[in-house]
Design a protein around this ligand. Structure first.
Ligand code: SAM
Ligand code: SF4
Length: 334
């Protein structure tokens, strides 16, 4: 019997953060002033080992998890990540994917595909080099991410999904050029509303460009029509170009929250289980794993945590919730 929470939501997806480190300092995620060289990243021994991650993944799969996404921080800065991909790809019936900033894909795409990865999501916030360098804040050029996307496609990690976070006043002008560029490319562009994860990015509601505004702006030039969701709990709302030029997705977690269908758990790089992106506290699975617990004991613990889950932060979001403490996206895994 698969486990469900207090709102009858099953446990279907798992995001695993493999590192809290990143080679970018995106202004909306790990702003340099806060995450500069002095930031206290987790020491290596506190990270879950590949063997510990594989063991947990198998136990989660036993509870009904069908999809695992590796994330971070930047997952490709974790050494030999393809070895972990190979271990997870052997778990039967699992849809395995990964989210990356794309910077290391030209070197890594083939090894990941050979290890058994089937799909990938690459984050890219602008095609305008100046805007993109300012947003990643480490002067990383657009063309190298585009090369990463092409390397992923060439390695068969298709369709490549491209995620663009839109923040008002920063990259709104990049929305239409991105839509034009990725139309008919075979890659699926998804626009992500800027979210109030963590505290370091100084989030304000004013900075969120609502998905409806984006659909209207794109649709005025490139007419769109809605597409039915592929499955319950699909986070992106899909739209297709009326002329057959492909589709786009909108992830509207601020203006159209999807908590009611949220089937996702997250494990941080140091092995804490979070049942919501906006959770304040995680459950320390690493301590239990390292205490010598059996698979059955771990499985029971995870089931018990999920059964009492009642999170629906985005539906309850109000001015007051801005003050509630939250963990950073780079730690919990976006
Ligand atoms: C935290 S990153 C981790 C994976 C990888 N480093 C990357 O950038 O794709 C995962 C996703 O979260 C998005 N993200 C980070 N901070 C965000 C925020 N405040 N609001 C919305 N999306 C955010 C990123 O753009 C990225 O697509
Ligand atoms: S969004 Fe991804 S690439 Fe950018 S700082 Fe966060 S973890 Fe790094």
């Amino acid at each position: 019997m698969h486990v469900t929470d207090t709102l009858r939501r099953p446990l279907r997806d798992l995001r695993i953060s493999v590192t809290d480190r990143c080679n970018f300092r995106c202004v909306y995620c790990m702003p340099k002033e806060v995450f500069g060289r002095d930031y206290a990243f987790l020491p290596r021994e506190q990270l879950l080992s590949f063997e510990e991650i594989e063991r947990l993944a198998r136990i989660f799969a036993g509870h009904g998890v069908e999809k695992i996404r590796l994330t971070g921080g930047e997952p490709l800065v974790r050494r030999d990540l393809e070895l972990l991909v190979g271990m997870l790809a052997r778990i039967e019936g699992l849809d395995l994917t990964l989210t990356t900033n794309g910077s290391l894909l030209p070197q890594k795409a083939h090894a990941l595909a050979d290890a058994g990865l089937r799909r990938i999501t690459v984050s890219l916030d602008s095609l305008d080099d100046e805007v993109f360098r300012a947003m990643n804040d480490v002067d990383f050029p657009v063309e190298r991410v585009l090369a990463g996307i092409e390397a992923a496609a060439a390695a068969g990690l298709t369709p490549v999904k491209v995620n663009m976070v839109v923040r008002r006043g920063l990259n709104e002008d990049s929305v239409l050029p991105m839509a034009r560029y990725f139309r008919e490319s075979g890659h699926i562009l998804r626009f992500v509303e800027y979210m109030d994860v963590g505290h370091t990015n100084g989030w304000r509601l004013h900075d969120v460009v609502p998905a409806a505004e984006l659909v209207a702006a794109i649709g005025a030039e490139l007419p769109l029509e809605p597409v039915e969701p592929a499955y319950r709990g699909e986070v992106a709302r899909r739209w297709r170009y009326r002329d057959g030029g492909g589709e786009i997705g909108l992830i509207a977690s601020v203006t159209q929250p999807f908590c009611g269908d949220c089937t996702r758990a997250r494990v941080s790089a140091d092995g804490k289980l979070y049942t919501c992106l906006f959770a304040v506290r995680g459950h320390d699975l690493r301590a239990v794993v390292r205490s010598g617990a059996s698979d059955a004991e771990l499985s029971r613990l995870i089931g018990d945590i999920w059964r009492v889950r009642e999170d629906r932060y985005s539906e309850l979001r109000t001015a007051a919730t801005a003050e509630v403490p939250r963990v950073e996206m780079s730690y919990i895994g976006g």
